[in-house]
Ligand binder design. Structure first.
Ligand SMILES: Cc1cc2nc3c(=O)[nH]c(=O)nc-3n(C[C@H](O)[C@H](O)[C@H](O)COP(=O)(O)OP(=O)(O)OC[C@H]3O[C@@H](n4cnc5c(N)ncnc54)[C@H](O)[C@@H]3O)c2cc1C
Length: 403
């Protein structure tokens, strides 16, 4: 794949039209936190029939699983890469305007629903994943704690203690996307069985808003990604039946969370591409029109260097995204090293491009009206969540050295 197909471009134009009509007029309200993103995202889903598509593919998959064909249907899902472009294009287009919308959507669909779809029973999928996949409900995926971010599993302190048929869960989580508004929370903790805390089994529960002992904070104030509410969760003796426990599978809860890292990291590259494309477009327009010393700033070589580096970044990140789509179409999975390398490069490229766009705009770049400052603040988050840059480096090296 070296370029988008005609069909892809039609989808892109339709998504752009929807964003111009629905998101741009609401950008200030999203940025101030006055407008949570969920109704807008539901609107996107309805407009493009994505809710009905999600519902029918869910029912087809569950029917197969009930007939004992779960493995087959998973294989089909992996190789169904025709839809990869359809998921990437809205991500790229939304990120040109409000990357936070994609974080809010991606966590609910990709991480919360994705985990339940991989590890849930058919009943758990019907009960919790389906309303997330159709966007009826808001989902969160909670691993990070105040004392364990990069060392998420080693340092995890949230616990589940077995009492009779139930588990009693305690602990707190932080920086949780959708945390303040989530109806459904995929919650990671350690089985409190008296063994060495670093070696304890990781358990994953599905929790509902309003459960006794579960508190969801207000949105935290943060540098960027304001259209994606981020918060804390506090659990004090939350009682969960075994029906809320997801299976650990043969590889355990830790391994299944790592599989999510691959999906999430590839998604961040598409987000980065949206930011880069938009910053480059805005910068070229500005370099053409801003005049100083009787000439447009685009004639200055130092400005040209910025534009050239942005174009290099755009081509490289676009190629990474196209490669990911091609691999999905071929039914090939990315290694952890590949997904981490893709995320590391794309996140740094988006951050650098957006910072350089601010510089190219001068004082205007520092003003919200010109939009590049928002994209620069938003892009910084790409280097932190889904594993920091430093953690990507360790994952790439560890994967390469282990072969
Ligand atoms: C906007 C946003 C949304 C988020 N959403 C979610 C969510 O939905 N769910 C969730 O569970 N989490 C979420 N997170 C948390 C995110 O995954 C963590 O912030 C991230 O993993 C880093 O952890 P930390 O913040 O605790 O930093 P720390 O782990 O404390 O890291 C501090 C510094 O040390 C560096 N460092 C750590 N280990 C090493 C090492 N071995 N070698 C070299 N350097 C190292 C880090 O790279 C970093 O620079 C979100 C974070 C943000 C900012």
């Amino acid at each position: 794949m070296i370029e988008w197909s005609e069909e892809d471009l039609m989808i892109r134009d339709a998504v752009r039209g929807w964003i111009d009509a629905e998101v741009r007029p609401n950008l200030d309200a999203l940025e101030s936190g006055e407008l949570p993103p969920y109704d807008l995202l539901r609107g996107l889903y309805k407009t493009f029939g994505m809710d009905e598509m999600a519902r029918s593919s869910f029912h087809a998959r569950i029917a197969k699983e009930r007939e004992g064909g779960a493995r087959e249907s998973e294989g089909e899902e992996r190789s169904g890469g025709g839809g990869a472009a359809m998921t990437m294009i809205p991500v790229i287009e939304l990120c040109k305007v409000a990357p936070g919308l994609v974080s809010a959507m991606g966590v609910g669909l990709g991480l919360a629903a994705g985990t339940i779809m991989k590890r849930g029973t058919p009943e758990q999928k019907e009960r919790w994943a389906l309303p997330l996949l159709t966007m009826e409900k808001v989902g969160a995926w909670a691993i990070t704690e105040p004392n364990s971010g990069s060392d998420a599993f080693g340092g995890m302190q949230a616990t589940a203690r077995k009492v009779g048929d139930e588990y009693v869960i305690n602990g707190s989580k932080t920086f949780i996307t959708n945390g303040p508004y989530a109806d459904t929370i995929v919650f990671y903790c350690k089985l409190d069985d008296g063994s060495d805390p670093r070696d304890r089994e990781i358990l994953t529960f599905v929790l509902d808003r309003g459960m006794e002992g579960l508190e969801q904070s207000k949105p935290l104030r943060k540098m960027g990604l304001h259209s994606s509410p981020t918060g804390e969760l506090f659990l004090n003796d939350v009682r969960a039946g075994a029906d809320r426990l997801l299976t650990s599978g043969s590889q355990g809860g830790k391994e299944s969370a790592k599989q999510n890292f691959v999906t999430e990291r590839a998604g961040v590259a598409a987000m980065a591409l949206g930011v880069i494309e938009e910053c480059l477009k805005l910068s070229v327009e500005y370099a053409r029109t801003r005049e100083l010393w009787g000439q447009r700033i685009g004639d200055f070589q130092l400005i040209q260097l910025k534009l050239a580096k942005m174009e290099v970044a755009r081509l490289n990140v676009q190629n990474l995204v196209f490669r990911h789509i091609e691999m999905q179409r071929a039914g090939r999975a990315m290694t952890l090293a590949e997904a981490s390398a893709m995320k590391l490069y794309a996140a740094q490229a988006a951050s650098e491009v957006a910072q350089e766009a601010v510089q190219l705009f001068g004082g205007n770049g520092y003003m919200s009206e010109y939009r590049v400052e928002q994209l620069a603040r938003d892009a910084k988050s790409f280097q932190i969540y889904a594993g920091t840059d430093e953690i990507q480096v360790t994952h790439i090296a560890r994967d390469l050295l282990s072969r």
